[in-house]
Design a protein around this ligand. Structure first.
Ligand code: SF4
Length: 324
């Protein structure tokens, strides 16, 4: 698999997989694969997460001791299925609050009204990975159960109990006042505050219910985060496929890079729960993904930033993105 083939697989986003190859049923509680069964395919040093769907044009079949992905009976790539630790390979990535008071139109968490994991439940998940010898990285993400401030305090408190494991800790949450200092003091290594889009009109349309928490607030919080965590330690998701132009993405990636923030270009995943809200959303074509990734790579190099420094979360995982 090279970048061009990964772009094609990501653009489709799903895979029909031979029954015997199916990994143990496990659904994600956050991120684009939330509530769906996923498989992580690795080949040529690249990784891609694909949602299991028997109607997919992409087929995964067994070949000797590895697997092959084909389309229209043409082999696209040979590789292996990677084992998931918790949510993704190589990381114990845990969702703290599986519910949210906001109602972003691309996200299923507000609709799931899930539970808030206790510190004990989270420590048990981490402990299981430690016992299995697969604990290398811890990452936490969370919906907003009551308020952004409360969520930061909840996550910071949990992080303090995870620091003794001595592995890098990444946190992807909605920012709040002073959140970066609190998370840093708790022991966090890397942080992600997602803008979701750099198009203010789209932001207002899809990020409903975020009283007082505007695009400007998130950008200001990202600026503070770089001061606290340093360059190459702060990232943000930009969803691709919500109607934004390539020029808007380019200006957004450059604006963020100037601040020392790395943009993760996330192809839109249209969850069945959000079909209506996202009726105009379009999963980007392989060509568009390649063009935007090449552009992002050039901008990151121009500002001396590198995704290769990241130890946690999506920049380290790369399963859902064509990471430069
Ligand atoms: S890229 Fe991010 S959201 Fe996707 S599987 Fe990896 S950690 Fe999860």
């Amino acid at each position: 698999m090279d970048e061009t083939i990964k772009a094609e697989l990501l653009s489709v986003g799903t895979i029909a997989i031979e029954e015997s190859l199916l990994p143990p049923p496990r659904t994600s509680t956050a991120g684009p694969g939330m509530g769906l069964q996923n498989v992580f395919f690795s080949s040529g040093g690249l990784r891609v997460r694909l949602e299991v769907n028997r109607d997919s044009p992409l087929k995964m079949t067994r070949k000797d001791d590895h697997v092959v992905i084909s389309r229209d009976n043409t082999e696209l790539a040979e590789g292996i299925i990677e084992e998931v630790v918790a949510h993704c390979p190589g990381q114990v990535y845990i969702t703290v609050s599986e519910r949210c008071i906001y109602n972003c139109q691309f996200c299923s968490v507000p609709l799931s009204k899930g539970k808030i994991k206790t510190k004990e439940e989270i420590l048990a998940i981490v402990e299981r990975a430690r016992e299995k010898g697969t604990l290398k990285v811890i990452a936490l993400t969370s919906g907003i159960a009551t308020s952004p401030d409360d969520e930061i305090d909840r996550v910071a408190d949990i992080v303090k109990s995870l620091v003794p494991y001595g592995v890098p800790i990444g946190v992807a949450v909605h920012p709040a006042k002073d959140s970066s200092r609190k998370l840093k003091e708790a022991g966090v290594t890397e942080v992600k505050y997602s803008v979701e889009t750099m198009d203010p009109e789209i932001f207002d349309r899809i990020c409903r219910g975020r009283k007082g928490h505007t695009l400007e607030f998130i950008l200001e919080s990202l600026r503070e985060a770089v001061e606290v965590f340093g360059r190459n330690r702060v990232s943000t998701n930009i969803i691709i496929g919500l109607g934004e132009t390539d020029e808007c993405v380019r200006q957004g990636v450059e604006y963020l890079a100037q601040m020392g923030v790395i943009a993760v270009l996330r192809p839109i995943s249209i969850s069945p729960l959000r079909k209506e809200a996202l009726e105009h959303a379009v999963r980007p074509s392989p060509e568009r993904l390649l063009k935007l990734t090449t552009m992002t790579r050039e901008i990151l190099e121009k500002y001396g930033l590198s995704t290769r420094e990241s130890q946690t979360m999506c920049l380290a995982c790369t399963g859902c993105d064509l990471t430069p």
